[in-house]
Design a protein around this ligand. Structure first.
Ligand SMILES: [Zn+2]
Length: 738
């Protein structure tokens, strides 16, 4: 006899094709409906996830809230999930998953006096390999999900042991037939639920109820179950009972059956969601970085400040809410996405304020009259080593001054000045520094009149003035060769760059800017534009994008923008159709890395911007950084979410890539392709014909910045790469103490 546990639920997206306020209304309506059904049918059990959902009822409808609490105490309102929302399960960092679980479980504990041990993200678009590890740490040993579905990923059975790379396991259940089910006759739905059970397992789960915009089980469904639950399929081999996930997992455990093992990530679904709506993803990453660093600073400098922790938790709560699967997945209405972006930036800004307050409160007495001091604090629990930039506030006349930093022992710190982020006055200092974990350095800045006032350390020497940007032209002529380049006579013998024709070299790094590609040592980099007629989710793409390249950006106006003793920059202007890209390639002293800052003004619609990295010999192996840690992946051309960078091996060497603001990539032996931008119509779902709405908003047009670091001569270890990415997202806090 197989027992089918009928899971009455109402999937409710707080934001999707409706506004957040509509989501709140749907929460109240759904809760009222579920409570009415619980009153009417003593057998009925309702399953409900997320702290955000319950918090709305608590805040807005006290009488309804009392009813919910009563049903929770009776065990008929079952709490699952244990997170703030059902988040996107690919892009949030491990720290964010921990916070989702900490805040969600803490709320359940406070509001209901209990936690949940069942994870529950039934609509999220795929799951990072490290999620079982994070779930287990939060006391969760079972997990319900639906995507990827059976047509998207083969799994041995609906129940299986799901394992992270570190060996952490949860018992997982894939909902084989949708979590939303509105029909009254549940027979076909139950039939499907018993089809993919592991051998020997006599329990299944079947989710029913109106959903997506809330709703829940209908009276008709409940009455159908009351009438037919004893033998829903005929033949007497199956029974369907009102139940909930914990009961199903417990019944399964009692059977003592060894379930099949599935190790690693659960992919793919809606591969376009890994990259679309970059403003949301970027704002999320900004907020995560600020919050993690503010938390580090609070732990270090203000461990007993409960008010500060409450402020940070408020900001985390907002961040966690906006990691909701349709928000972070980039599939919401335009206005809803705009509001979510604002909330994410506000959460990051609040953390930034906290970071400023904590560091200044603890180190505000470091000024010394007559000295211009610069403080650099490292709240991280590991040493910082690298270059820092700082723009000291200096009144007018900075261009006539030399700047030199000195350390605590009065020894000079190598210092380079370069263009500041504003266009008049002052300067930007660049200097190498080591700061131990949870520590600070105090440097002294001395300013003296420039000795050789005629020579600027930042050179700006155009190499090719014959190539001017043409306005709104079609793709430039592919057969045209770049104009010849002559090495400029640089009056900067201390500069890092060696220049020979169109080759710029520093240390072991060699850069050549061609018309169609950048060559970095033996690797070629090309900025390609690819046709992309898919909808916002890329539903029609399956697990990989079609690759119909329309053309590559053409480069011109290559110039040395900076050639100092610590850093040298080469810049170039790229153009494709109506889109432009300024590329600045930078080398640092004693480093074998090349940093790239790409500033793109993107004007394309229903096209993709891809950065291709083409190796000198076929790629053999690939390790990606994903949420939670490193992960080996296939070179199969499938699109995958990316969480910071990639390490690839080919020939005798390889390449390491840090790409903290790129969220999606694919790789084959022939190339790594980073999906930088996608521009489908906003919330466009097949089969709607976009030609009917030519003025509908397009995602991700406008200005974007990308920061990449490439090590073309070495492969870093994953911990080394993670450290570099962390240092980029959470650089030491630097300020003037004057
Ligand atoms: Zn959903």
């Amino acid at each position: 006899m197989i027992t089918v546990h009928m899971i009455g639920n109402a999937h409710l997206d707080p934001i999707w094709l409706w506004r957040k306020e509509d989501g709140v209304d749907a929460v109240l309506a759904t809760t009222r409906s579920a409570c009415d059904r619980l009153d009417e049918y003593p057998e009925f059990i309702f399953t409900c996830s997320t702290s955000w959902y319950h918090r709305q009822v608590e805040m807005l409808a006290p009488a309804l809230w009392d009813r919910v609490r009563r049903f929770v105490a009776q065990g008929r309102w079952q709490l699952v999930g244990g997170m703030v929302v059902q988040p996107d399960c690919n892009l949030p960092s491990a720290e964010s998953f921990d916070k989702q679980l900490e805040l969600g479980q803490r709320y359940f504990e406070r509001a209901f006096g209990r936690r949940t041990s069942v994870g529950y993200n039934v609509d999220s678009f795929g799951h990072t390999a490290w999620l079982p590890q994070r779930l287990r740490r939060a006391g969760i040993d079972a997990y319900c999900f639906m995507r990827p579905g059976p047509h998207e990923m083969d799994l041995p059975a609906d129940f299986f042991r799901w394992q992270s790379p570190d060996g952490s396991e949860v018992t997982a259940f894939r909902i084989g037939s949708p979590y939303c089910y509105a029909a009254t006759d549940l027979r076909a739905h139950i039939e499907r639920a018993v089809q993919f059970l592991p051998p020997g397992v006599e329990h299944a789960m079947c989710f029913y109820g109106v959903g997506d915009h809330g709703g829940g089980p209908t009276k008709e469904q409940i009455e159908w179950l009351l009438a037919n639950g004893g033998d829903p399929l005929g033949g007497g081999s199956v029974r369907a009972i009102f139940s909930h996930p914990r009961a199903a997992f417990d019944a399964l455990a009692k059977q003592n059956v060894t379930l099949p093992l599935v190790a690693g990530e659960l992919q793919h679904h809606a591969v376009g969601c890994y990259s679309v709506e970059r403003r949301i993803k970027l704002s999320m990453r900004f907020a995560e970085g600020r919050l993690m660093q503010a938390q580090q600073a609070a732990d270090w400098l203000a461990p007993n400040d409960d008010g500060l922790q409450a402020d940070l938790d408020d900001a985390w709560e907002s961040l966690c809410f906006n990691q909701f699967h349709d928000i972070l997945g980039g599939t919401c209405l335009w206005n809803a996405s705009t509001l979510a972006t604002g909330e994410l930036i506000a959460a990051g800004a609040k953390a930034n304020d906290a970071l400023t307050a904590v560091t200044r409160r603890a180190m505000g007495d470091l000024s010394k009259p007559g000295e211009h001091r610069i403080v650099a604090a490292n709240p991280a629990d590991r040493e910082f080593t690298g270059f820092l930039t700082h723009e000291p506030w200096v009144r007018h006349g900075a261009e006539a001054l030399d700047f030199q930093l000195f350390d605590e022992q009065g020894q000079p710190v190598p210092t380079q000045t370069q263009d500041p982020s504003y266009m008049v006055c002052s300067t930007q200092l660049l200097f190498p520094l080591t700061i131990p974990a949870r520590s600070r350095r105090v440097l002294e800045l001395r300013m003296t009149p420039k000795r050789d006032a005629g020579v600027s350390p930042a050179l700006d020497v155009p190499l090719d003035q014959s190539t001017e940007v043409k306005e709104s032209t079609s793709q430039p002529d592919a057969g045209k060769m770049p104009a010849s380049r002559e090495a400029p006579a640089l009056d900067a013998p201390q500069g890092l760059l060696r220049i020979d024709g169109d080759t710029f070299a520093a240390g072991d790094v060699r850069l050549i800017v061609g018309e169609r590609d950048l060559r970095i040592n033996d690797w070629r980099l090309r900025l390609d534009v690819v046709d992309d007629p898919t909808d916002t989710w890329s539903h029609s793409a399956g697990n990989r994008f079609a690759d119909e390249t329309l053309g590559a950006f053409a480069w011109s106006q290559t110039a040395v923008a900076n050639n100092g003793p610590l850093r040298a920059d080469v810049r170039s202007l790229g153009q494709f159709d109506r889109s432009l890209a300024w590329c600045r390639a930078m080398v640092h002293k004693d480093s074998d890395a090349l940093s790239i800052l790409l500033r793109v003004t993107w004007a394309q619609a229903r096209q993709r911007l891809c950065l291709r990295l083409i190796p000198p010999s076929p790629i053999r192996e690939r390790t990606d950084l994903v949420s939670g840690g490193p992960l080996s992946r296939n070179l199969n051309g499938c699109e995958y979410p990316l969480g910071g960078g990639m390490i690839v091996r080919c020939g005798a060497g390889g390449l390491t890539l840090a790409a903290p603001d790129v969220f999606s990539a694919n790789a084959t032996p022939e190339a790594v392709t980073l999906t930088l931008l996608r521009s489908p119509l906003v919330a466009h779902h097949d089969p709607f014909d976009p030609a009917r709405r030519p003025d509908h908003p397009v995602t991700d047009q406008g200005s974007h910045e990308f920061h990449l670091t490439l090590w073309p001569t070495a492969t870093l270890t994953p911990p080394q790469l993670i450290r570099h990415v962390d240092q980029h997202l959470m650089p030491p806090v630097v300020w003037d103490a004057t």
